[in-house]
Design a protein around this ligand. Structure first.
Ligand code: SAM
Length: 301
């Protein structure tokens, strides 16, 4: 077990052996970087960057002239042995990605695993990550959450993955490309139900930052009507499924199926009151679900 103080920067004379510094960089606003990250980048022997041209903007903004080499998903496997050797020989290497924290839906896993295997130092220099940034402003439960990263790009595969997540009670975090944002939200509405709460966090920390919340059906319809909101980078945060004890399933009752039957026979308010008594779920939750079901019924004719 190595309990060495990891807070030192590469030029610290106390630290003579090599190390990989995993350095988080801004996800938009260049000011979102700490003193220690800048010191590490300036003092390193080499910076491994996903896209050297992209990172040049950040590095030149802070007057950092450390040598930079490209390190991305297509050359990571090839570069690992070489980088491990350099670090074993005493080099201080910093790993950065285009935005946020390396290894979070970004390259670096193979390199970090190889260094750990060799007992070489891997030192985190923490900072922004779009997932945590979005979660922190979503207003959805944060005590437990799962990061799902990118969904498959084809709808059939995406629907299968979403289907397996439909009963997940923890808050879900997804990354999505602007091209697939609308279809991903539409598929979520199908698999999780129209009434599930969600948040679209777009262009975080940038000029056109927006954080929009609503039900999945509302967000789908809003995105369909506003093409300009489908541009830029986006994180989708989705509320977890109601827990068994809340949703009546523990008693074998599917609240959506129950509501569907009740709203055929009763006004929505009464249907909700009956369903709330049977399932123990809060009326406002059921009311939203009933309205979504009624709207779907009208669309289907
Ligand atoms: N390593 C990064 C991190 O720590 O967040 C994530 C890299 S991943 C390749 C890029 C995805 O992160 C984007 O497609 C988008 O889903 C999300 N993302 C990155 N920057 C963002 C921002 N400023 N606003 C919203 N989402 C962002």
């Amino acid at each position: 077990m190595n309990s060495e103080d990891r807070s030192s920067t590469p030029r610290d004379p106390q630290r003579s052996s090599g190390a990989l510094y995993v350095v988080a960089t801004p996800i938009g606003n260049l000011a979102d970087i700490g003193r220690r990250a800048l010191d590490v980048l300036a003092g390193a022997d080499l910076i491994l960057a996903e896209d050297t041209r992209h990172s040049a903007k950040l590095l030149s903004h802070y007057g950092i002239s450390t040598a930079c080499r490209s390190f991305h998903e297509h050359n990571e496997a090839r570069q690992v042995a070489q980088v491990v050797k350099r670090i074993a020989d005493g080099a201080h290497v910093a790993l950065i990605c285009d935005a946020g924290t390396p290894l979070v839906s970004d390259p670096g896993f193979r390199l970090v695993a190889a260094l750990r295997e060799q007992g070489l130092a891997v030192i985190p220099v923490p900072g922004p990550s779009a997932a945590i940034c979005a979660l922190s402003v979503a207003g959805l439960p944060t005590d437990r959450f799962c990061f799902e990263g990118f969904l498959p790009s084809r709808s059939s595969a995406r629907r299968r993955v979403l289907h397996t997540l439909a009963r997940e009670p923890r808050t879900l975090i997804f990354y999505e490309s602007p091209r697939r944002l609308l279809s991903a939200v539409a598929d979520m509405a199908v698999e999780f139900g129209d009434a599930r709460r969600a948040v679209l966090a777009r262009e975080l920390t940038k000029i056109h930052e927006s954080v929009i919340s609503g039900t999945l059906a509302e967000l789908r319809d809003w995105l369909a009507a506003h093409a300009e909101q489908r541009r830029g980078e986006c994180v989708i945060v989705v509320a977890g499924a109601a827990r068994d004890s809340d949703d009546g399933l523990a008693g074998g009752v599917d609240p959506e199926a129950l509501l569907r039957v009740l709203i055929e026979a009763l006004p929505v308010k009464q249907a909700v009151a009956v369903a709330a008594r049977v399932t123990g779920i809060k009326r406002n939750v059921l009311y939203r679900q009933a309205l979504a079901l009624a709207a779907r019924g009208r669309e289907d004719g």
